[in-house]
Design a protein around this ligand. Structure first.
Ligand code: GLN
Length: 487
């Protein structure tokens, strides 16, 4: 059962082939078996999950229905869950139980979902490998010595290893798409404003967006149907109608114009990644899509602009974690010592690095040279995409330049780590939507991801193309074997 897609799980629940309690138990068993090695979960909510599953079964037996009734899911630990520990991967929030649910979480609950637990993340979603978690590193189910990507690495690994039917993550610069790609699952980052961010702990508010991790594009559509839409509690959520994302999945990509940006296929890309992505685009062409070479000329500024804007916003957002209002406090002689001890001891090195970088970029005398300049270049990057979308319907790129790297390989070199987001950060800067899909394996058997980018609120177009691709390929069917260590 744990090898099914979310949509297959839903079919079996709806036709009575399985109960939610049995299904939830199967995932919990799988977690007990595989998670000691993968370490995807920070918190398991076993008892609650079984209660929710029983309630879902009762409701269904009484003739009730709901879009995700009885479907077991996992949630990245940066999403507030009422009464359930929510740490954002940080020691500073150890033991913190929010008094409210994030809107996206509440919508899942209202749709009948079962919550299995909270997944590991880089501290406050700052990172690309989960190695910045204040607790432990998650392991890639395809090779336990490698990272699952990040920051939503726990959610991606959980879905890849059959420990949840689907999961939520967040994506500020690639944190849904990059781990999806490294773990061989589907990651959707909707357009900025599509999903309420209320209750998603803020990292960089002009870039953050909640996204989904699942096995198929169809599964992503099912999840997006539930969590999309405006919310009075988030003024950046867009008051525009939400289409039925599953209705558009007709397998037809004839006439779809696919742009290949030449700047995204240059030095630094692992040759097997480039080959797999080009083959995937040819596959779309064989289904009737039209492939056009395009240019996104400001692409090379994406990373520096992202790391200026993201750290600037992070330095402001992190100010609230002062030991007074939330979570842990280290008591001391006076207020300043409380602040410095709490933040000094309980925030990790990457979060501190970013607070310092961001504070510097915003400081008088440097603001014009760094922050303002970055905002100006951000506009140029957005205009690149606007122009491209006059020519093509979707843009195809690799999701990441390489497959999963070794745990420890990049942690000592922040710049190398930042480079793994080279293909994803521009999308957040533009506010656009993007989908990453499994499209092959490298010589070591590690998954490769294709990224399809579309205009902000054209997630449906991406899902339709992704679904069409998955109908004729089987990359998403392969499963990692998380076996007992030998010897
Ligand atoms: N890896 C990027 C960063 O460290 C993106 C993180 C994210 O999307 N949350 O900022």
């Amino acid at each position: 059962m744990i090898d099914l897609t979310l949509s297959e799980v839903l079919d079996r629940l709806n036709n009575g082939a399985v109960t939610s309690v049995a299904l939830t138990q199967a995932y919990l068993d799988r977690i007990r078996q595989a998670d000691p090695r993968v370490r995807a979960f920070l918190t398991l909510t076993e008892e609650l999950a079984l209660e929710q599953a029983a309630a879902a079964d009762t409701r269904r037996a009484a003739g009730g229905s709901a879009p995700l009734l009885g479907v077991p899911l996992a949630l990245k630990d940066v999403l507030a869950t009422r009464g359930i520990q929510t740490t954002a991967g940080s020691r500073i929030l150890q033991g913190f139980k929010p008094p409210y649910n994030a809107t996206a979480v509440q919508k899942l609950l209202d749709a009948g979902a079962v919550i299995l637990g909270k997944t590991n993340t880089d501290e406050f979603a700052m990172g690309s490998s989960t190695e910045n978690s204040g607790y432990f590193t998650t392991h890639n189910p395809w090779d336990l010595e490698r990272v699952p990507g990040g920051s939503s690495g726990g959610s991606a690994a959980a879905v890849a290893a059959g420990m949840a039917a689907g999961a939520l993550g967040t994506d500020t610069g690639g944190s849904v798409r990059q781990p999806a790609s490294l773990c061989g699952v589907v990651g959707l980052k909707p357009g900025y404003g599509r999903i309420s961010r209320y209750g998603a702990f803020a990292y960089a508010s002009s870039l953050d967006q909640i996204g989904t991790l699942s096995r198929t594009a169809r599964d992503a559509a099912l999840l997006l149907n539930v969590i999309a839409g405006p919310d009075p509690l988030d003024s950046t959520s867009m008051p525009i109608p939400v289409p039925d994302y599953t209705a558009a999945l007709d397998g037809d990509v004839r006439g779809l114009r696919v742009g290949l940006p030449r700047e995204y296929f240059t030095a630094g890309i692992q040759p097997e990644v480039e080959a797999a992505v080009r083959a995937a685009v040819e596959k779309l062409a064989s289904l009737g899509a039209e492939v056009v070479e395009i240019s996104l000329p400001h692409m090379s500024y994406g990373l520096p602009v992202y790391y200026l804007i993201a750290t600037a916003e992070c330095s402001a957002n992190m100010a609230r974690f002062d030991g007074v209002r939330y979570g842990q406090r280290e008591d001391a002689g006076d207020m300043w010592e409380v602040y410095t001890n709490t933040r000094g001891h309980l925030l990790g090195p990457e979060v501190k690095r970013r607070i310092m970088l961001g504070t510097y970029a915003l400081s008088a005398g440097y603001y014009d040279a760094y922050y303002r300049k970055a905002q100006e270049v951000r506009t140029l990057i957005r205009e690149d995409f606007d122009r491209a979308f006059e020519q093509v319907d979707v843009i195809a790129t690799p999701a990441t330049p390489t497959t999963a790297f070794k745990i420890g390989e990049k942690i000592g070199d922040p710049l190398q780590m930042y480079l793994s987001d080279v293909y994803t950060t521009t999308v957040n800067l533009a506010g656009a939507a993007a989908l990453s899909l499994p499209c092959g394996f490298d010589g070591r058997g590690l998954p490769i991801g294709l990224q399809l980018i579309g205009p902000a609120f054209e997630e449906g177009r991406l899902l339709r193309a992704g679904d069409a691709y998955q109908r004729v390929t089987d990359w998403h069917i392969h499963r990692p074997v998380v076996e007992e260590p030998t010897g």
